[in-house]
Write a protein that binds this ligand. Sequence first.
Ligand SMILES: [Zn+2]
Length: 162
Amino acid sequence: MWNFYFVVIMYVTSLGLSHRTQTGKFICKRCGETVAQAEDLVSIPSKLALQRWNKTILGKPHITTQKFENPQGAQFEVVTFSEASVTSNEDAHTEATWFPGYSWRISACSRCNFFLGWKYQPVNFNHMTFTENDKFYGLIMDHIIQDIDSDSLVIIQHPNAR
Ligand SMILES: [Zn+2]
């Protein structure tokens, strides 16, 4: 008996098989630093969004994507994360927030300082009444790049006998 093994390597970039290989991440558009993991994507809808739609991002379906406008008229397509590896400015602002009840802090790439989005924390955040879990991040889709890890290589072996 002869066994033939056909090794099929599929690079998963779309729906279907990608559901079991959610190991993708986002990297800084400017320098390639890892800034967020696909598993940390969360949907946090805001009534203040100009537009809101669902998108499949890094194999994760139904991720809330929102378009916001700042008082200067600049528009941003934003996705939200429970965690992100970014550096956030000390100053927390409450004016013109897109998430009522939350203040925002400018967040940038910790390696190259490229502007990536905002860190949101409850207004009057303090460690007596809130925990770090109450925060989230809104990152600008145009400033980050989706990157599928090598873990997403799926190797299927087909044993064949004749
Ligand atoms: Zn960077």
